[in-house]
Design a protein around this ligand. Sequence first.
Ligand code: ADP
Ligand code: MG
Length: 679
Amino acid sequence: MQGSPLDESLVQQWKLFLEDYYKKDIETIALSYPNNRSLIIDYDKLDKACPNLANNLVSNPSNNLFNAEEAIKDIDTAIGNIELHFRIENLPDICKVNLRDIRVEHVGNLISVDGLVKKRTEILPEPVIGAFKCQKCGAMINEEQTFSEFLQEPSECYENQGGCGRASTFKFIENKSILIDTQRIQIQEHPEGLRGGARPKKITVLLEDDLVDCICPGDRVCINGILNLIQRKKGSHTLKSSMYVIDACNIELKEHSYEEIEVFEEDRKKILELSKDPDIYSKIRNSIAPAIYGLDVEKELLSFQLFGGVPKTTSDRTHIRGDIHVLLIGDPGLAKSQLLHNVFRITPRSILCMGRGSSGAGLTASVVKDDFGDGQWTLDAGVLVLADMGMACIDELDKMRDSDRDAIHPAMEQQEIYISKAGINATLKTRCAVLATANPKLGRFDEYGSIHEQINLPSTLISRFDVILPIIDKPDTDLDSCMANHILSVHCNPNDDNIVPAINPEFLRKYIAYAKQNIKPVLTDEAEREIHNFYVKIRNMSHKSITITPRQLEALIRLSEASAKIRLSDKVSFDDAKRAIFFIDYYLKKVGFDFETGILDYDRIATGRSHSQQERMRIINSIVTRLCSESLDGWTKFDDIMHEAEIKGINESIVEISLERLKKENMVEQRGEKYKVII
Ligand code: ADP
Ligand code: MG
């Protein structure tokens, strides 16, 4: 901390404390000095040993940090005196501040804030002591650089440094200055601390020297440091208002995902009791979005997703994800978004966004030049990175930006993103489950058509999802009447018992946290056999050249592990396997079953087109070809095509889809109402 006065008695106090308690650490650091150049002090230890000094540190931090660093310089080590950074961890509760509550009164204080790293700039060298050449007499004058974005020139050509004493203009001499590496990061509030829908508050943190490059966007950190102000400029004017910035003196990384959720002894008893409840599956299912009527399979699947499978690392260090990715597609107005919001509220560490992405970073990550980095390159974390170790809830995934389309593949499967651009190299972790919704392209879902043609997403991306559930709107008098009653009652008595979840969300979160922390179920022989048989069976049922992919097999394993986790069981039983098979079967029937031929057509899921669709496209193509050859100008009208298609029993929406597809493949050209084959 530059700019603080040297205080001999304070230096002595720190020296005594450090010699008594940290002599060994300093000696150890000396062995690897200057690669290691930070001494980390535990506040608890300081408080126990010298409560006065501890108090002093909190009430007057910059002064104490500066003098403590001076004290380190005085301590003899095997390699003589060394200069170390004084870093402090485990700050007491009085220093803890929520990002949201930071105010002017905290400026100059030592504070401890928790946050999620959103952005990170390049590493830039900055002068700590600037060397300036006087343009009048040529003397070299040093000026200590205090906390500011701008270079501070000497106010005059200091006589005590051999200068002429006059006010002068100065030239900055970089290679005579003392430089230090700096990096700026932006942290934002933890999403789980936010009340529904609130936008996270953000703050800039300055890192210096050995703190640079030690954290990545997506990391959860606790920053200890001094709150300062930074002036903002607009052109050549300094703005009246400043910006808060934390000058970091220590960073603690928080690794574990569910550590924010404390499970106490009394909770543990209740959790274990609930796990033995024979109705546990339906209880958990009914705790998800109780205001939404029906959709039981969907809700049950989401409850499995909340628990997830078991992540594994093979001996060759391949990462196999445990997270279950779910895609809900279907007609508008069927509570897809509602379900997604509900899951978001239950899941710890979850991030909710629209497919478009709410910030510049989109779904994955980006390297941009923006205001934050002052025109420097900044690495900005997107949704999947911020949701690391949690869940990314993405509404209307089909509206995602083109820039995300490629990067999202490895983010979902390998669960990391490798960024290399403009001198920024980073590997960002995206170990999160993805829950996404998508609307059909043509407004309504056609259950006879392939899902790939109906949603605006690449097949490769669709295949990354373990389970895809189409939600289709079909009028059904009984169901409609029940649903109407339910919705009406929700609107008339929002506090009614019927809409209170079976398990309250608070406790459910603890239950999930407990399962995730403690339960790593393993497949039993019976479960393995059952999954194996089912897999082989469907592979046999599909066409010779067509197969279901091993991805579905992995999905089965993950789902059955989740099923065991719900019961808090270490073993994946036969019944768990059966539950998993139910979902895959349900999903395959819904999306892969070819309603015209009655054959399960898994090719449709894998490649995006079924045989009979290919057949239909061929028919439409031949109709267009024939009509064009019969017409005078070589063009044919939609109505004529439709007329011919109807004779062959092909309905209008399929003709539309097929024509779209033919156009995309450059086989047919459209001009207004008219079509022509391209030969
Ligand atoms: P989507 O995202 O599928 O287009 P929304 O989630 O926005 O649909 O839902 C539209 C509205 O209809 C919401 O207010 C929702 O509560 C209501 N709704 C739809 N289906 C149901 C249902 N099964 N039970 C209760 N409300 C429903
Ligand atoms: Mg919606």
